[in-house]
Design a protein around this ligand. Structure first.
Ligand code: FES
Length: 88
């Protein structure tokens, strides 16, 4: 399977989570906080903390540790809150 991360092609394996893909690609953070721009990535790894948010196929706030990659996914790092109601 092939997916892109910030526009760069990355090989992916069936069953691999987005977080596992990003870690395997050498990324330890892939979003920053709304306030202060602090880097965030994998923390709990079990879908509890929401630190691992990422944009997948244009949908923001996807938990990378819970989302299994699919062929053709376009994954993008997330900056702050990207939900429409949170935009300024
Ligand atoms: S790492 Fe905590 S929700 Fe994904």
């Amino acid at each position: 399977m092939n997916v892109t991360v910030d526009g760069v092609a990355q090989p992916a394996r069936p069953g691999q989570t987005v977080a596992a893909l990003l870690i395997a690609a050498g990324q330890v953070s892939w979003r920053d906080t709304r306030t202060g721009g602090k880097p965030r990535g994998l923390f709990c790894g079990i879908g509890v903390c929401f630190d691992c948010l990422v944009v997948v196929n244009g949908i923001p706030d996807v938990r990378a540790c819970q989302r299994v990659v699919a062929d053709g996914d376009e994954i993008r790092t997330q900056h702050g809150a990207e939900l429409p109601e949170a935009r300024s």
